[in-house]
Design a protein around this ligand. Structure first.
Ligand SMILES: Cc1cc2nc3c(=O)[nH]c(=O)nc-3n(C[C@H](O)[C@H](O)[C@H](O)COP(=O)(O)OP(=O)(O)OC[C@H]3O[C@@H](n4cnc5c(N)ncnc54)[C@H](O)[C@@H]3O)c2cc1C
Length: 483
């Protein structure tokens, strides 16, 4: 019998698994798709928000502020890229200027440290490529950026090293009361008896809650579309550039990433299908119009690709965190839209302590908070490269030329706990395929390495699980005849 089943392997579920692994508990995380970090956590703006935007007194305001302050420690322990680059909310016209005052006051009320309002001269001194028609801006010094995939993977790896189990392709289909244990969780990977269940199912968290509780809420999918700007333009902006937030979201941003690309977006469009992550001509047009307002010199040939993510917007307009009133030992982390990435460390800390207390769990005496990142060949000095190659000649074979990713890194991403099983899984763990050519060059070799490491045929390798097969058949069989 298990102590805790966590449903959903996004940043929240994986962070909860890691924080719970501080205790002497049998923990299992069930993820519906072929990999962790396949939902909102893979498709967002990667900002660690300052916390000025949420309504005072809400869970969003509370967990954003607490989570933001935890990022240095978490990202040091787990070796995840994180930078406090600060953000600017820029007023360009009319009412915008009053909104800056309002956001400043709201930020003060939420307890955000180091907020100030700066004038045009200071804005352009900080960001010379910003539209010179900027009038005033809210400077949010504590805002940062991180790598959301690496954070999610690092949480999962560390949780696994501390004893938590992960099963992918394990969609939870029902949860039933069970006199022996508390709950019986039925999934596509089997049935599990457990004392407690934690719902971290992202845009499906309402469906999971409905399986056990009469205290209903509903999640409404809201899509955000983006362009990614080539690394060639790294350094054009230092801070994350916001415009005035709207009722639907934080507006179109120009957002530098820890990897040197710049994200433009997201849009905020309510949609019907929760899994509809298409990029649309209409959406991308809005992105260009919005981003062009902040970055008038935006080069038309700068983009390497587009993507979109679907926000889990809840009808209660706040995070729902805690034990369900009518379902003992069933806990929700639901409605976790933005600032969910920023809040994940604090949500996980809060929930893990609450669950451990309810289960009267002892500490795990062997808990190790540290996880070492996969060594990145592109970041090594010449001397470090020589040493790495001497130890492991696979470092000398560069598979992804755009991002300088070596074979050694790809093999390690597959061998690690909760390792890559798909082409996208390798991409998110190593950046192979994320560069200018968008995997045009390295895909075949990545498929080959996946086959070698997993003992699979190329026909079994998928892009991201399910039917997303990379190859449909052989033109010739091994004897040379047609198949
Ligand atoms: C466009 C966009 C921009 C954003 N920008 C930011 C930002 O800059 N900063 C910020 O702080 N936040 C941002 N966010 C919000 C942030 O990304 C999310 O709040 C966070 O990733 C939520 O993590 P999660 O683990 O709750 O959900 P998810 O990452 O969605 O994970 C949920 C997981 O549950 C799995 N699942 C669902 N149903 C089942 C089932 N039945 N059985 C098993 N598994 C199941 C899913 O497959 C998925 O992997 C943004 C979100 C979007 C969409």
């Amino acid at each position: 019998m298990l102590d805790v089943v966590i449903i959903g392997g996004g940043v929240v579920g994986c962070a909860v698994a890691r924080e719970l692994s501080r205790y002497d508990l049998r923990i299992l995380l069930l993820e519906k798709t072929a990999d962790i970090c396949n939902g909102q956590s893979k498709a967002n703006t990667a900002i660690v928000h300052g916390g000025y935007d949420a309504q005072p007194g809400t869970n969003k305001a509370k967990f954003n502020l607490l989570g933001n302050a935890m990022f240095e420690q978490i990202c040091t322990e787990l070796e995840v890229p994180f930078k406090r680059n600060g953000s600017l909310v820029v007023a360009f016209e009319g009412d915008d200027e009053q909104m800056i005052d309002r956001l400043f006051e709201r930020g003060q009320e939420n307890g955000v440290p180091g907020l100030s309002i700066i004038d045009r001269e200071e804005i352009l001194r900080r960001e010379p490529n910003l539209n010179p028609t900027a009038k005033r801006a809210l400077l949010v010094r504590n805002a940062g950026i991180c790598c959301p995939y690496e954070l999610t993977q690092a949480y999962a790896e560390n949780a696994a090293c501390n004893g938590a189990e992960f099963i992918r392709e394990a969609e939870v289909t029902s949860i039933l009361p069970n006199p022996q244990s508390g709950w019986l969780v039925r999934s596509m990977a089997g049935e599990f008896e457990t004392r407690a269940v934690i719902n971290c199912a992202g845009i499906y968290a309402d469906k999971i809650n409905d399986m056990v509780s009469q205290d209903h809420f509903s999640i409404h999918p809201r899509r955000g579309e983006y362009y990614i700007v080539d690394k060639k333009y790294a350094g054009k902006f230092t801070s994350t550039i916001f415009q005035i937030p709207t009722r639907l979201g934080k507006g179109i941003l120009v957002a530098p990433t820890v990897d040197g690309t710049i994200l433009l977006g997201p849009t905020a469009d309510d949609i019907q299908d929760r899994d509809d992550t298409r990029s649309t001509a209409e959406g991308l047009k809005k992105v260009l119009a919005g981003a062009g307002k902040s970055w008038p010199e935006l080069p038309g040939r700068a983009f390497i690709t587009t993507f979109s993510g679907v926000r889990a917007h809840c009808d209660r307009d706040d995070f729902i965190i805690g034990e369900a009133k009518d379902a003992p030992l069933f806990f929700n982390a639901a409605g976790i839209e933005s600032p969910g990435l920023s809040s994940a460390p604090a949500i996980a800390d809060y929930l893990a302590k609450m669950v451990a207390k309810r289960l009267k769990a002892a500490q795990n005496p062997n808990f190790d908070p540290h996880r070492a990142a996969i060594p990145k060949f592109r970041e090594m000095s010449c001397q470090e490269r020589k040493l790495a190659i001497a130890k492991n000649p696979d470092f000398a074979r560069i598979v992804c030329r755009c991002e300088t990713v070596s074979e050694a890194e790809i093999r390690e991403s597959i061998r690690r706990p909760v390792g890559a099983r798909t082409v996208d899984g390798v991409k998110r763990r190593t950046r192979a395929g994320m560069g200018r050519c968008q995997a045009g060059f390295c895909t075949a070799r990545v498929v080959e390495i996946l086959c070698e490491e997993l003992g699979k045929s190329p026909l079994e390798i998928t892009k991201c699980g399910g039917e997303s097969k990379m190859l449909t058949g052989f033109l010739f069989n091994r004897g040379g005849g047609e198949e």
